[in-house]
Design a protein around this ligand. Sequence first.
Ligand code: GAL
Length: 643
Amino acid sequence: MKRTLGVCYYPEQWSEDMWASDAARMADLGLTWVRIGEFAWKRMEPVEGQYDWAWLDRAIDVLGQAGLKVVLGTPTATPPAWVVAKHPDMLAVDAQGNTRGYGSRRHYCFSHRGYLEECRRIVRAMAKRYGRNPHVAAWQTDNEYGCHDTVLSYSDAARSGFQDWLRRQFPAAQSACGNDGDIDALNAAWGNVFWSMDYDSFEQIGLPNLTVTECNPAHVHAFRRFSSDQVVAFNAAQVEILRAHTDAPIAHNYMGRVTEFDHFKVGADLDIASWDSYPLGFLEDRVGAPAASQAAYARQGDPDFQAFHHDLYRAVGKDGRWWIMEQQPGPVNWAPYNPSPLPGMVRLWTWEAFAHGAEAVCYFRWRQAPFAQEQMHAGLLRPDSVEAEAFGEAGEVMAELADAAEVSHVQAPVALMFDYDADWAWAVQPHGAGLSYFGLVFDWYRACRKLGLSVDILPPTARDFAGYALVLVPGMMHMPDDLKHALNNAEAEVILGPRSGARDADFNIPVPLPPAWPGSDVTVSRVQSLRPDTPIALDGGGAVTGYVEQIEGGGDVILRSVDGAPIAVRCGARVSYMAGWGDDTAHVHLIETVAADLPCQRMPEGLRRRDTGCEEFWFNYSSQDIEFEGETIPSAGVVRRAR
Ligand code: GAL
């Protein structure tokens, strides 16, 4: 399959006499894909039950006649005012109990049954009309589940949905209607004897907000699981309808560092995973890098954040199929600061996505809108239709694609497990300010990249590790026994991270104490979190910061503190346990020591490598040219070599 480019377009936002020339310019640029429709509900159905498809028919036709393939989005992220007027209680409620307002987007609660029915109706109508349209070559469900903090809702609909969900989690042994729950089982599992929290019935269970002090972590964690399942079900409802009317692949556009729902579970119902990559937009709030690094990469983006998500979504997509549905083309409007990318970065970001296996990269958006919320968001064209900077860079990539390899997937030497359930567990009980599972996993990923290693991200359900030299499993708070055994029997070196197996499935500390590793006596006897300004220095360099465990037992010590406390130890023939949150130096040292056979190569600051099997890529994220292996890699430049 060829690597392709595309763009996001909103025909409803422009006068119809511009469509044909827009389509011709897209085709001239060499674009394959044009994504449309995802916010146009009001134009499709101005009044309940009265559809207006004529304009969309014409738009699809104009784009298709120009040779473009349409990705058609379902418009359920933007229910029009009449839908909200009909279902006033469909709006989500935030943790403070405030109803979230109408007037932007994503103003719905995933648990509201009436809204779900409205979605089914509009999706069915679209699917019937366009499911066999020859120009509609792919579909997108909704837009960016979870964006603007929209997974967790504390509405009445969520409360009754949560109670039903809990009944199913704790089914009664003998239930007359098949729908009863065993409240005693729930009380026992959650430890509700503590503070007299035992419930008499499921109807008494509320949502875990507005409590006087901390709510039971088991309760909060269950609510997080429920909320994720609501997103999965919402998406599945649309997919089921679309599949009845189309054979085109179905995608959703995920985001960077949105972890409130399990993307692997949503992805299991879809054909293609895609994500919206805004490297400069994400730099300040999402990456969590120190201020100095934010300054150094202000116009390039973090050197690892995009790649992490490329690798994550390759794992989420069926058979590794993934796209960039929205690529930042210039300054955006929504981050704390919105600088211009360095010249060359749009090309670099595009190539980096291809290097990680993307089938398509679509730029957001075709033309900058002179109205409404995103007036200050660049596009490939300026509002006056003159080419903006990114237009030229997209053209450069287009020319380079002519002699480039096709989409390819090769197994990386390193696997890194990512578990959304663990992310919720850390969020429920971080134990120290700023500690997050995503942050921990990302730090381990960064260490691999600093060693020039390509990485595959694996879902928590992976049990086959054949072909990997190194498998990394940091911070997975609940580890089922079969996973422990699969890792213990793997041919690869395995490194477990802090808090591995620290909780059972119901959020209790297991006994024997964690990590309870098969065949090992390593025991976490005490845990502590650290102020950021009190790191513990390690022998041989580096430190642990934020979080560290006291461990007993185990075999050889791999890392120890300058005071002699073991920090990383062997706990199996090929398994090691890292008992703290290391800095980059510590992680790099750990990986180099444990996986001595891996072809590790320390990268100069800002340089990153990716190996696709048939090509080797070097990406220079720094603002300086870099001399490496006899080659000058320009700042914001890409070097691509066939292998
Ligand atoms: C994305 C969203 C787009 C647009 C874009 C602006 O999060 O999907 O619709 O708002 O951000 O950067």
